[in-house]
Design a protein around this ligand. Structure first.
Ligand code: ADP
Ligand code: ASP
Ligand code: MG
Length: 409
């Protein structure tokens, strides 16, 4: 018996009809090996970006039900084209939207969560030799409205489908050879990792490594489904993202991620009394704004400054909320700075090693990079710095922790 493989292809991998023909060849090869395949696709190239800018031309804050109805259309084009390319090869390719298949999500338009994937119908079809080609990124809520899963959401569709089908493998094809020690477009010394633990991948994805959407890693980890990240442009084994216990390598730092899409907000001179942090952050979270790094300064004369970061797209709203809060608390000015970047180093090996943070700070100091904020978790240390220093920081840290070199065992 062959294997059942779910293959997800990203935007660059289906950017034009030539690339779609390459994807069809990949699927044909798999079938010739005696395996069964179900496919999930992203929209072609940058078409989701184009749809989003169209929406914003009408309204910078579009109605989210209609936003989802619009941006989900990109995936409908790519799946139909691939099904045609498969049919041309004598393979019974058949396109499905999330609505036709039954990918049920909650109603959080533009960032919905998958609740259930209905697979009984395609299960039968796969047994009969059909290759279902399913739109990534989209779902439907209980009213039958179209939802989308957030940027990069096709990864999560791929993983959720693999879980629902109880597939033997989940392959995520992209435009780089797998998961690297850092974004290979930021530093050319980045090294391809053979394997990464779910735990590390969660930290990397949540701090900027967009090669896998965070939700897809959460989903895979919850159901213990290994993911293989591969290139649709080059042959190779790619990277296996899986449970920690199967992983032999344990370097102190496994990877570095960077992100420049956050803004830093500071509220000055708030009274340093119990409950003040809740009073500042409560209204922010009530507005549905996610807060990332938080720093409260040591107080001077019973007043303190409080700083946190949010996604840039939320900065204006957060600023307005903070101004209100400052007025009601008798605080001082509110400042916003979006000229920042966050660099994170991630590694399971940190648990067993002291001195990782100081090594990180020394490397940044040696490159004359000033640290604005610091935050740590058990296996991650993040710093906020000036945006112009982002690439330099990634390179300095990659060199300082020798990430270009394989670990000697
Ligand atoms: P797709 O369209 O295939 O989903 P994405 O653009 O979402 O592709 O993700 C792939 C990109 O992720 C790569 O082109 C690369 O620039 C970026 N990336 C960021 N961090 C990493 C990393 N650690 N390893 C590999 N790629 C990374
Ligand atoms: N097309 C969607 C996006 O660009 C989903 C994806 O590519 O995963 O975000
Ligand atoms: Mg992606």
């Amino acid at each position: 018996m062959g294997k059942l493989i779910v293959k997800k292809f990203g935007g660059t991998s289906v950017a034009n009809t030539e690339r779609i023909e390459v994807v069809a060849d990949n699927i044909q090869l798999e079938i010739e090996k005696g395996n069964q395949v179900a496919v999930v696709l992203s929209a072609m190239g940058k078409s989701t970006d184009e749809l989003i800018s169209l929406a914003r031309e009408i309204n910078p804050e579009p109605n989210l039900r209609e936003y989802d109805a619009l941006v989900s259309t990109g995936e409908q084009i790519s799946v139909a084209l691939l099904a045609m390319a498969l049919l041309k090869r004598g393979i019974n390719g058949k396109s499905y939207t999330a609505y036709q298949l039954g990918i049920k999500t909650n109603s959080s338009h533009s960032r919905a969560r998958i609740l259930d994937v209905e697979v009984s119908k395609i299960n039968n079809e796969i047994q009969e030799g059909t290759v279902p080609v399913i739109t990534g990124f989209q779902g439907m809520n209980e009213n039958g409205d179209i939802t989308t899963l957030g940027r990069g959401g096709s990864d999560t569709t791929g993983v959720a489908l693999a879980v629902a089908l109880e597939a033997d493998e989940c392959q995520i094809y992209t435009d780089v050879d797998g998961v690297f020690t850092t974004d290979p477009r930021v530093y050319d010394k980045a090294r391809l990792l053979k394997e990464v633990s779910f735990e590390e991948m969660l930290e990397l994805s949540s701090s900027g490594a967009k090669v896998l959407q965070l939700r897809s890693v959460e989903y895979a980890s919850k159901f213990n489904l290994p993911i293989r990240v591969l290139s649709s442009f080059n042959d190779g084994e790619g990277t296996l993202v899986q449970e920690e216990k199967n992983i032999m390598e344990r370097p102190i730092v496994s990877g570095i991620s960077s992100i420049d899409s956050e803004a830093k907000l500071t509220i000055r001179g708030v009274p340093d009394v119990p409950g003040v942090a809740a009073k500042i952050l409560g209204p922010i979270s009530d507005a549905g704004i996610e807060v990332d790094v938080i720093v409260q300064n040591i107080s001077a004369e019973n007043n303190t400054d409080f700083t946190f970061t949010v996604d840039k797209s939320d900065a204006v709203q957060a600023e307005n909320i903070l101004k209100h809060t400052s007025d009601s608390l008798g605080g001082g000015s509110v400042e916003v700075d979006d000229d920042i970047a966050k660099i994170s180093i991630v590694g399971r090996g940190m648990r067993a090693h002291a001195g990782v943070a100081s090594k990180m700070f020394e490397a940044l100091a040696a490159s004359e990079i000033n640290i604005l904020m610091i935050t740590t978790s058990e296996i991650k240390i993040s710093v906020v710095i000036k945006k112009s220093e982002m690439k330099n920081a990634v390179k300095s840290l990659h060199d300082a922790f020798d990430l270009d070199k394989e670990l000697d065992s």
